[in-house]
Design a protein around this ligand. Structure first.
Ligand SMILES: NC(=O)c1ccc[n+]([C@@H]2O[C@H](COP(=O)([O-])OP(=O)(O)OC[C@H]3O[C@@H](n4cnc5c(N)ncnc54)[C@H](OP(=O)(O)O)[C@@H]3O)[C@@H](O)[C@H]2O)c1
Length: 276
């Protein structure tokens, strides 16, 4: 694909893709990352485990991927609890949190990462796709957060990070219902941030640019075209990596970020602000 902007070579940072620049200590912390068998969720789970946290690995369909994530967490010397739960179903959210309570008796970090959605143009959308997408991407975060509060209160504090996307505020091809669900997720983030401050729980969202994961397979533009287009248009000179997102999530869960509340932190290497 033809580059829409030309980035002078001297502006391209020498930083390696997805390197781990900051370190925090999450020893004795318990973290739930929804959808952590693969993709961004897996990398976030492993990053928090490297920083000392025990991890709840949640998945919906891909058991073997969740088991592999758990093996890698255990190889780091941390505990991993695997829970299959469809977060679009409030009863399954209840079961997920009951299991966490039984195993760990508390929770410190919740990352609402799992997402799904019907990728197609506006005129081809159906009610079923809207309901599914909204329930997985937005409604779930409200009810996982509700269940997380008492478990975080047991620990004295907590952090919640919701994974949004730049399609919440801009348009992307085939993205209407996912974009709407991410806008709703960002609103939920702000309300939780205000109401949970009294419990010493910090709530924020991250909003990554395009990342080369399986999620891209569902868009008609095609994975390779989307990735190359993102590389060409990103002032930082490379595509966003899952590790970039994991790094930011760790920061938002750390004491250093305690005065950042209800914000949506864009992680896109400047993609959104570049004039094309
Ligand atoms: N990739 C990107 O370009 C990009 C950009 C911006 C934001 N994001 C956001 O980043 C997050 C992770 O994306 P990704 O690219 O890593 O996605 P992905 O590779 O497609 O993985 C999605 C994950 O969500 C889980 N999941 C889906 N529906 C679920 C449900 N109902 N209940 C429980 N788990 C469910 C999947 O579980 P199974 O493994 O069991 O199927 C899988 O682990 C999402 O919130 C996404 O919107 C992605």
């Amino acid at each position: 694909m033809q580059s829409l902007i030309s980035i002078p070579k001297f502006l391209i940072p020498k930083q390696k893709a997805g390197e781990e620049p900051m370190s925090f200590d999450f020893s004795n912390k318990i973290a739930l990352i929804t959808g952590s068998g693969r993709g961004i969720g897996k990398v976030t789970a492993l990053h928090l485990a490297k920083l000392g946290a025990d991890i709840v690995v949640n998945y919906l369909r891909k058991r073997s991927a969740a088991e592999e994530t758990a093996r890698e967490i255990e190889a780091l010397g941390r505990q991993a609890l695997i829970v299959k739960a469809d977060i679009s179903e409030p009863e399954e959210i209840d079961r997920l949190f009951d299991e966490i309570d039984q195993q760990f008796h508390g929770l410190d970090i919740l990352v609402n990462n799992a997402a799904s959605g019907y990728a197609r143009p506006v005129m081809e959308q159906k009610v079923k796709g809207w309901d599914w997408t909204m329930n997985v991407n937005a409604r779930a975060a409200l009810f996982t957060s509700q269940r997380a509060v008492p478990l975080m209160q047991k620990r004295g504090s907590g952090a919640i990070v919701n994974v949004s996307s730049i399609g919440s505020a801009r348009t992307l091809p085939d993205y209407v219902v996912i974009g709407a669900s991410k806008s709703a997720l960002e609103a939920v983030t702000r309300y939780c941030a205000v109401e949970f401050s009294r419990y010493n729980i910090v709530v924020n969202a991250v909003s990554p640019g395009i990342i080369n994961t399986d999620a891209l397979n569902y868009f008609s533009l095609g994975r390779d075209v989307m990735v190359q287009g993102a590389v060409n248009r990103t002032p930082a000179g490379r595509i966003v990596e899952p590790q970039d997102v994991a790094n930011c999530i760790a920061f938002l869960c750390s004491p250093d970020a305690c005065m950042i509340r209800g914000q949506v932190i864009v992680i896109d290497g400047g993609y959104m602000i570049a004039v094309t």
